[in-house]
Design a protein around this ligand. Structure first.
Ligand code: ZN
Length: 163
C-alpha cells in the first residue's frame, strides 16, 4: 500500500504522494493547493492596495502584524481588507490614510464597506434580472379536503348478535 502523506492545508487529510502538490516546499492536496494560491494572491493584492493608498513601498511591520491578526483572529479576508481601504479612500475623503496609524482604521469601516458591497450586489441583481413576476404566485388556500363527518362506522358485533 502506498504511503500516505499529510496535507499541509486545512483539510487535515492524508493522501498518496502523487496526489499532492508542492507549494513553497510543503505538500497540499488539490483543493488546499488552490486555497493557498488564492490566499497568496489575495494577500499580495492587499499589499499592493496598501502600497498604493498609503503611498509606501511595502506594508510596515506593524501593518503586517495587524493583517495577520485581522485575518486569523477576526476572520477578515484579504479581499475585504483591501476593499475597505479603497472604500474609505473613495467615500470618506476627509480621512487621511496615514502610515503611522497602520491599518487600525479597517475594523471601524469594514461593516460599512461590507454593507456597501451587499447593497451594490442587490442593485446589480435587480437590474440584471428580468422581472417575470414569479413571486406573485397565487397561494391556493390549503383547504382541508379530508371529510370526516364524525360518524363512527365500526360495527358493534354485540349489537348484531342481540338484534
Ligand atoms: Zn488538503
Amino acid at each position: 500500500m502506498a504511503r500516505l502523506l499529510k496535507c499541509y492545508g486545512t483539510c487535515n487529510n492524508k493522501y498518496p504522494k502523487e496526489e499532492l502538490r508542492s507549494f513553497k516546499g510543503k505538500n497540499y492536496c488539490n483543493s488546499c493547493y488552490e486555497e493557498q494560491l488564492n490566499e497568496t494572491a489575495g494577500r499580495n493584492q492587499l499589499y499592493s492596495v496598501i502600497k498604493e493608498y498609503y503611498n509606501i513601498s511595502y506594508p510596515t511591520g506593524f501593518m503586517l502584524k495587524q493583517i495577520k491578526e485581522f485575518h486569523n483572529d477576526r476572520g477578515y479576508s484579504y479581499q475585504i481588507m483591501a476593499y475597505t481601504i479603497k472604500y474609505i479612500a473613495d467615500f470618506h475623503k476627509n480621512i487621511k490614510l496615514e502610515q503611522k496609524y497602520g491599518l487600525s482604521i479597517i475594523p471601524h469601516f469594514i461593516d460599512e464597506a461590507r454593507n456597501f458591497i451587499y447593497r451594490t450586489k442587490i442593485l446589480k441583481e435587480q437590474t440584471n434580472s428580468i422581472n417575470l413576476d414569479t413571486t406573485k404566485k397565487v397561494k391556493a388556500k390549503a383547504k382541508n379536503m379530508t371529510r370526516n363527518n364524525g360518524i363512527n362506522r365500526t360495527i358493534n358485533m354485540e349489537d348484531l348478535i342481540n338484534e
